[in-house]
Design a protein around this ligand. Structure first.
Ligand code: TRP
Length: 353
């Protein structure tokens, strides 16, 4: 077994919020820094800015570049280290488009129409009709993953169906085009789900999402965090401080579960139930704990915000590295599919003859 490779990505929607952090980013950083007993890194990691994917649900491109930079700043601020993890935009590595086209032949439209994540998107965005590109969303994602021959794909729950489609495409490709000597081109990647992949929004109704306005951004300062926390929905049965509360249904408590220490968590739950901890104080504590975790991220963000040239340079270098890997994979793919010059396999090379 060679080195395991991780690839994950996000669509560039601008500044990231706590949901992105707990659902993905924090985990990316952890995997990036994970060491084996031998002292070697457990994974090679690469992270993709899925700017083509933005176009599947909106044709609006005015902010796509700035959103990509803003998102990258959050990645770097949260601990993505470009020396360890190349970061790159999908649109700058043309092989994504090429592999997407070839993969489009390996899956039926009926299979793509059954994708539950697609159905959810169509419903949430009130879409009347579906573009060919949107239907092909998971095919493009498969190209993203397999171009880098990733074995592990850390994602939130909603992306599991896309990794499943990626596995099917890899299998289909291998069955159809395994090279007579070199064997299979792709390994089937496994999804790796994060525990807090669906952090609930401040409204307590849906998952944290920019379009719903129920988020705390990674770039929010302690005042912003406190202000937003005050609006958070709590246990509706706890009206007065002394009323006994139900932490298990409380949005703020779900944040404590993530951002407060286990000892604090027990005390909070007990005092809330006993009616000795009111929601105002509970929210203050929660906001303080979140801001404490965000403090180093904020500081690093300021560093990069003041050095945009450095950020652009990081991206350019990531894209050079990504192109090298993508290029090598595409050579194998073209060879396996006999596209372009065909190198004949001699009898001596071929084990079966
Ligand atoms: N579809 C993913 C999302 O919306 C983003 C993405 C694009 C991705 N390509 C990927 C994630 C490849 C993992 C691997 O969150």
């Amino acid at each position: 077994m060679g080195t395991q490779r991780i690839l994950s990505g996000m669509r560039p929607t601008g500044k990231l919020h706590l949901g992105h952090y707990t659902g993905a980013l924090e985990n990316w950083v952890e995997q990036q820094n994970l060491l084996l007993d031998t002292g070697e890194r457990a994974y090679e990691t690469c992270f993709l800015i899925a700017d083509y994917h933005n176009l599947t649900t909106s044709l609006e491109t005015v902010d796509i570049y700035n959103h990509s930079l803003d998102m990258l700043i959050d990645w770097l601020a949260a601990g993505i280290d470009p020396e360890k993890s190349p970061v790159f935009r999908q649109s700058q590595v043309k092989e994504h488009a090429e592999l997407f086209l070839l993969f489009a032949m390996l899956i039926t439209s009926a299979r793509l129409e059954r994708n539950p994540t697609l159905k959810e998107q169509v419903r949430d965005l009130n879409m009347e009709s579906l573009t060919y590109g949107h239907l092909g969303y998971p095919v493009l994602q498969s190209a993203d993953i397999l171009l880098y021959k990733a074995n592990v794909v850390p994602v939130g729950e909603d992306q599991i169906p896309h990794v499943e489609i990626t596995r099917e495409i890899a299998r289909k490709f291998n069955n159809q085009y395994a090279h007579p000597v070199k064997g299979e081109v792709f390994a089937e990647p496994a999804p790796k789900i994060t525990k807090f992949s669906r952090l609930v929004g401040l409204d307590g109704k849906a998952k944290m999402s920019k379009s719903l306005g129920n988020t705390i951004f990674l770039s929010d300062n302690p005042d912003d965090v406190l202000k937003k926390m005050r609006t958070a929905v709590t246990d509706t049965l706890k009206v007065r401080k002394n009323d006994p509360g139900h932490p298990e249904v409380c949005t703020v408590f779900s944040y404590h579960a993530k951002f407060s220490s286990p000892e604090q968590l027990d005390t909070i739950a007990n005092d809330c139930r006993a009616g000795t901890l009111g929601c105002v104080d509970c929210k203050k504590l929660c906001a303080a704990n979140i801001s404490q975790e965000l403090a180093p991220i904020l500081e690093k963000r300021r560093h990069y915000e003041a050095r945009l040239d450095e950020v652009k340079e990081i991206l350019a270098e990531g894209e050079i590295k990504a192109k090298q890997i993508a290029n090598a994979t595409m050579q194998e793919v073209r060879e396996a599919m006999q596209l372009g010059e065909i190198k004949r396999v001699t009898c001596r090379e071929k084990p079966s003859c």
